[in-house]
Design a protein around this ligand. Structure first.
Ligand code: NDP
Length: 259
């Protein structure tokens, strides 16, 4: 393969958790534009089906939606079974579903803490584990990409979000651990750490909306990122272009964490 061909995902199959909207939807669209068939795995099946239909129509690939709760091992196994039935293979897993709950550490309830850790860290573990085991069993040299965050590197201010920060730091180290354990199988595992991105996670959260101006003042680029600005870095990690890249975390934050 030469040059740009190394970035092709022609005929590959990718699942994207939290793919109905936001970052997941944008990345799934980017994968489809590069030729991949798409499985949108999301709690919200109706929205997932809408997204899958848009992606299929715009890119001439197959795209389906599967209802999946990443915190439930049965639901994650059912996702893999559906992929096996429909496509007979899985080349790319984008383990991306996540939430944020803001509460001061001294007041954070057990339920709030557990919910964030279950979705953001355990959910990534369960989906990456299921994808990795499937790829290894089938002899597929696949690529797993986990969504961490710049919050896995720095403590964001002024909003208090200790569970979120801890979950994302966990995703970065989980990624490195899986990359090392699976290195000789040909399955690669990397993560991305986005800065603030203008999705519903931010724009539909009433406690975060008033903070957007504050963050933009702090940000060297003075703006939020767009979900589509994560398409090319994830395409690189998903494709053969990154064949020597595993165990890496790629920060895409418009220099927010540089100082
Ligand atoms: P959104 O809230 O826009 O989208 C998240 C999607 O994940 C929703 O469709 C949601 O479904 C789904 N989801 C939530 N819980 C589960 C679950 N248990 N199982 C399956 N799907 C689920 O978020 P973003 O696109 O902004 O975020 C995507 C990822 O990127 C997250 O991991 C987030 O932490 C991370 N990130 C986001 C940043 C940002 O600034 N936006 C910055 C850095 C990282 P439903 O609508 O039904 O809840």
């Amino acid at each position: 393969m030469k040059g740009i061909e190394k970035f092709s995902l022609q005929g590959k199959v990718a699942f994207v958790t939290g793919g109905a909207r936001g970052i997941g939807k944008a990345v799934a669209t980017g994968f489809a534009e590069a030729g991949a068939h798409i499985v949108i795995a999301d709690l919200d099946l109706a929205e997932g089906e809408k997204t899958a239909a848009q992606i299929a129509a715009a890119n001439g690939v197959q795209a389906v939606a599967v209802k999946c709760d990443v915190t439930d091992p049965h639901s994650v196994n059912a996702l893999i079974d559906t992929i096996e039935e429909k496509f007979g293979k899985l080349d790319i897993a984008f383990c991306n579903a996540g939430i944020c709950i803001n509460a001061p550490a001294s007041e954070m309830t057990y339920e709030q803490w557990t919910k964030v850790i279950n979705i953001n860290l355990t959910g990534v573990f369960l989906t990456a584990q299921a994808a990795g085991n499937y790829m290894i069993k089938k002899g597929i040299k696949g690529s797993i990409i986990n969504t961490a965050s710049m919050s896995g590197h720095i403590v964001n201010v002024p909003q208090p979000q200790c569970a979120y920060n801890a979950s994302k730091a966990g995703v970065i180290m989980l990624t490195k651990s899986l990359a090392v354990e699976w290195a000789t199988t040909g399955v690669r595992v990397n993560s991305i750490s986005p800065g603030y991105i203008g999705t519903e996670l931010v724009k539909a959260n009433p406690t975060l909306i008033p903070l957007i101006n504050t963050w933009n003042e702090m940000a060297p680029l003075h703006r939020l990122g767009e979900p589509e600005e994560l398409q090319t870095v994830t395409l690189f990690l998903a494709s053969d272009a990154s064949s020597f890249t595993t165990g890496s975390d790629v920060v895409v934050d418009g220099a927010f964490t540089c100082f």
